[in-house]
Design a protein around this ligand. Structure first.
Ligand code: FE2
Ligand code: FE2
Length: 442
C-alpha cells in the first residue's frame, strides 16, 4: 500500500513535468498538476531521494524495476542536464515542486537548491561547493570575453573576418545557454569589471540570446540576435571616452554626440564588406536599440517618412541593454540592485519605452516575476506574487498585505510599480531614475 503511494507520487511528478512542457508557467493545468503531486507526496509521508545511476533509477535504496512511463521524460531530461540525484523533503509543497520543475524545463544545470528540494550531481553534492561552480562559470565567461574583444576590435577596424568570428562566438554562447544558465552567474557577480565596453557587449549578447530562446524564436534567429546584440554599441568607438565616462549629467552638446552612436554604429557595420549577407540585423539593431518601443528615444525618425517599425530584435536587445547598464558600476553611479533595475524596466514598459511582453518574459527568466517575490502596487498596497499568468504581461496574481488575492490582469486592477528588495530593507526608486530613451545608458 505504502509503496503504491510512492509510485503514485512518481507518476504525478512525471505528469507535472509533461504538463509544464505543454502548458505555460503558472497556467491552471500546471498548478492543478502541482497540487496533485504535493498531495501524493503528503500521502507517502516521507522524503523521497531519487538517484540515477546509468539506466537505473534508485528510489529509497531500491531499484525501480518498472519506472512509470509518465516519469521517463523527466528522468531523461534530468540525466541530460547532468543531474544524478534529487532529494525532495516530505513537506515540499506545490510551490516547491513547480519552482523545481520550472528549473528543469528551463534547462537549469546542477546544482539546484530550493528550500525543500535539492538536486545535483553526486560529486557536487558531496563537495557542496557552490564556489567551484561559479569559478567554472566565470572561466567560461572569461573565455567568451576574450573572443568578444577580438571580434569587436576586428569589426571596429571593418575587417570582414570579424563577421565570421562573431558568428562562431555567438554560436558557442547560444549552444551553452541551451543547456544551462551558468553564464548568467558571472553577469550577476562581476559588477565592477574594468573593461566595460567588452563586458557590456558580451552581457547584452548573453541576456538577449537567453530572452530570444525563452520566446522560442528559431535557432537561426537566436544566433542572428546574439550577433546583433554583441555589436549593438559598436558606434561608441566614435564617442570620446570623456563623454562615455562622464560623471553627472551630460552637457547638451555632449548628449548630442552620445546620441550619434546608434547611427555611427550602423554606418560602421554597413561599411564592412558582406555584412548584409552575413547578418542583415547587425546595422538594424545598432541603429534602433535606443529608439524605444514607442519611438520616444533616439535617433528620431523624420516625420515625413512612413510609419517606422522597429524590428523585434531591437526591442529584445534594448531590454538587455538597459538591464546590464543599470546593473553595472559606472564612473558616475553605483550598480543598481536587481529589484531596482526590475522596477525601472517595469516603469519603462508601462510608459511604452520598452516592449511590455518582452520585459515580462525577461523578468520571469531572471526569476524576478515569480511566486514569492514581493511587489508594491499603484494603489499603495504591497503584496507577494502567488501566480503568474501566461499572456498577461506584468499582471500576476498577488496576495496583498491583508491576505486578499488580487488578479492584476482584471481591468481596473492596480499595476506593479515596484519590485521590492529581497532583504527586509525596502529601497524605493527615486523619481529621477534613469530611463531607456533619455539617458546615455553607456
Ligand atoms: Fe547604446
Ligand atoms: Fe549598450
Amino acid at each position: 500500500m505504502a509503496q503504491n503511494a510512492l509510485d503514485y507520487f512518481l507518476h504525478a511528478l512525471g505528469a507535472l513535468f509533461r504538463m509544464r512542457r505543454i502548458y505555460p508557467q503558472g497556467s491552471k493545468q500546471v498548478l492543478q498538476s502541482a497540487r496533485q503531486t504535493s498531495q501524493r507526496l503528503a500521502e507517502w509521508k516521507r522524503p523521497v531521494r531519487i538517484t540515477f545511476l546509468g539506466n537505473d533509477t534508485i528510489v529509497e535504496d531500491r531499484r525501480i524495476e518498472n519506472l512509470p512511463v509518465s516519469f521517463r521524460a523527466l528522468f531523461q531530461s534530468l540525466q541530460q542536464l547532468g543531474f544524478e540525484s534529487v532529494q525532495i523533503e516530505a513537506d515540499a509543497g506545490e510551490d516547491d515542486l513547480t519552482a523545481w520543475i520550472e528549473n528543469v524545463v528551463s534547462k537549469g544545470r546542477p546544482p539546484y537548491r530550493g528550500s525543500k528540494i535539492t538536486a545535483g550531481s553526486l560529486k557536487l553534492e558531496k563537495q557542496t561547493d557552490p564556489d567551484s561552480v561559479l569559478t567554472e562559470a566565470v572561466m567560461g565567461y572569461m573565455g567568451f570575453l576574450a573572443q568578444a574583444q577580438e571580434v569587436i576590435s576586428d569589426l571596429e577596424s571593418k575587417k570582414p573576418e570579424g563577421l565570421v568570428r562573431a558568428r562562431e562566438v555567438v554560436c558557442a554562447i547560444v549552444a551553452r545557454l541551451a543547456v544551462g544558465r551558468d553564464l548568467f552567474e558571472p553577469i550577476r557577480e562581476m559588477k565592477n569589471f574594468d573593461d566595460y565596453t567588452f563586458t557590456h557587449a558580451l552581457n547584452v549578447c548573453v541576456l538577449s540570446s537567453a530572452l530570444a530562446q525563452a520566446l522560442q524564436v528559431s535557432d537561426e534567429m537566436v544566433n542572428a540576435i546574439a550577433m546583433a546584440a554583441l555589436c549593438h554599441d559598436l558606434g561608441k568607438k566614435e564617442v570620446p571616452k570623456e563623454i562615455l565616462n562622464h560623471r553627472g549629467p551630460l552637457a547638451p552638446e555632449q548628449w548630442l554626440l552620445m546620441q550619434k552612436h546608434p547611427s555611427c554604429g550602423a554606418r560602421l557595420l554597413l561599411d564592412i564588406p558582406g555584412v548584409e549577407s552575413a547578418n542583415p540585423l547587425l546595422p538594424v539593431v545598432a541603429y534602433q536599440h535606443h529608439m524605444g518601443a514607442n519611438q520616444s528615444g533616439y535617433p528620431k525618425v523624420q516625420k515625413n517618412l512612413p510609419q517606422h517599425t522597429l524590428h523585434f530584435a531591437s526591442l529584445l536587445v534594448a531590454i538587455a541593454d538597459v538591464y546590464d547598464a543599470l546593473r553595472t558600476v559606472r564612473p558616475y553611479r553605483p550598480a543598481l540592485s536587481v529589484a531596482k533595475t526590475s522596477t525601472i524596466l517595469i516603469k519603462d514598459a508601462s510608459a511604452g519605452k520598452l516592449h511590455k511582453e518582452y520585459v515580462s518574459r525577461f523578468l520571469i527568466l531572471l526569476n524576478v516575476l515569480v511566486p514569492g517575490r514581493r511587489v508594491a502596487l499603484s494603489d499603495g498596497s504591497h503584496g507577494m506574487i502567488v501566480e503568474t499568468h501566461a499572456g498577461y504581461p506584468l499582471c500576476p496574481v498577488v496576495s496583498d498585505e491583508h491576505g486578499k488575492v488580487r488578479d492584476l490582469s482584471v481591468p481596473s486592477s492596480p499595476a506593479i510599480i515596484e519590485v521590492e528588495e529581497e532583504s527586509a530593507e525596502r529601497i524605493f526608486i527615486e523619481a529621477s531614475h534613469e530611463t531607456v530613451s533619455t539617458q546615455p545608458n553607456p
